[in-house]
Design a protein around this ligand. Sequence first.
Ligand code: DGL
Length: 247
Amino acid sequence: MKIGVFDSGVGGLSVVQSLVEHQLFEEIIYFGDTARVPYGVKDKNTIIRYALEAVEFFKNFDIDLLITACNTVSAYALDEMREYSQFDIVGVVQPGIIATENALRSFESEILIIGTQATIASQAYEKPLQAYGFTNITSKATGLFVPMVEENIYDGPLLHAAMDHYFHDLKTPDAIILGCTHFPLIANAITRYFKHHATMIHSGEAIVQYLQQHYDIDQQFNTTELKFFASENPEGLKKVARKWLAL
Ligand code: DGL
């Protein structure tokens, strides 16, 4: 299977990392819309327009499946993207919801959803989890974490101050949905902040489980060929890829 991975910028590399670790695919074509990131502060119509342009980009390649690593795009644009493409499209929100349901034993469990402003406003995680029966859900837009990760801040006083700003009045959650591509990189710091009590729901891991269950993936590939494209500064994207994916 040859697949595409789309993200608003470099963050989707955290999803690529999981796909490569699990050796699911022979070839991955990554496109990051680095010229227009962040998507998480934009409105629905703009997010859909950009997502459809990404679909156009991937039409140049003979892909079997497009993974939308970006939570913001997954929350707003999947239906429209599917309408305009001949390949299958999978987002990260549904796999994240399934992973959360599987991780929790009680409907009274405390769930914390964190993501961009747009993802949280969409209630794309919250509504299905409520419909499933979960009653204690808190959603928080934690946009400051995005530029911090972009600045390679994965720990330390600045991040701690931001976590305090967002989390100081929260009950300790049983599960935290890392509803943004960038957040797996600060998952350790968040885990420590909540004193190791919360299960982390990571988009990359959730989508690997989802793909294994829903697609005919019975082969493992020792190497995955990776091709990186960006709407601006592709060298910058490749540099982050080398670092995050230890290439
Ligand atoms: N990729 C985005 C997401 O997962 C985060 C960065 C952005 O705002 O574009 O929601």
